[in-house]
Design a protein around this ligand. Structure first.
Ligand SMILES: [Zn+2]
Length: 131
């Protein structure tokens, strides 16, 4: 049985998509990091920070928590994108890790980091669920 893989043109197209996605995440993370530092070092940003109320501190903490959760998710996504880029280089990109068949291009366009067919993933989730 021949090894299933996308041709180089298609792989290149997805590589571009993934690289663009990567840039976007890195920029996002950068922005988040800057915002986070700003909240920590500048407080509310002007002299009114001298009259900080406890309530404000609480809101600030919640904001920071939200931001760091977001950053955490982005970082995870970034590593998924990096993995996908690795699969492009290995020419295994777009091959379903469960059944070994190619994933539809449409799905990869929508979810460039997809590793499985939707149906394969559902079957696996079901299996995990039953364990
Ligand atoms: Zn599959």
């Amino acid at each position: 049985m021949a090894v299933k893989k996308f041709n180089k043109t298609t792989l290149k197209k997805f590589k571009m998509t993934l690289l663009e996605e990567r840039n976007r995440i890195v920029e996002d993370l950068d922005y988040q990091k800057r915002e986070l530092n700003k909240t920590i070092t500048e407080g509310s940003g002007d002299l009114s920070s001298a009259t900080y109320h406890m309530a404000d501190v609480g809101t600030d903490m919640a904001e920071r928590e939200k931001t760091s959760l977001f950053a955490h998710r982005q970082a995870k996504y970034l590593s998924d994108v990096d993995e996908a880029l690795g699969r492009v280089d290995a020419e295994t990109y777009g091959v379903c890790a469960i059944c070994g068949e190619l994933i539809e291009e449409g799905r990869l366009d929508a979810v460039p980091i997809a590793k499985y067919h939707v149906s394969c993933k559902e079957t696996q989730n079901q299996r995990n669920h039953n364990q």
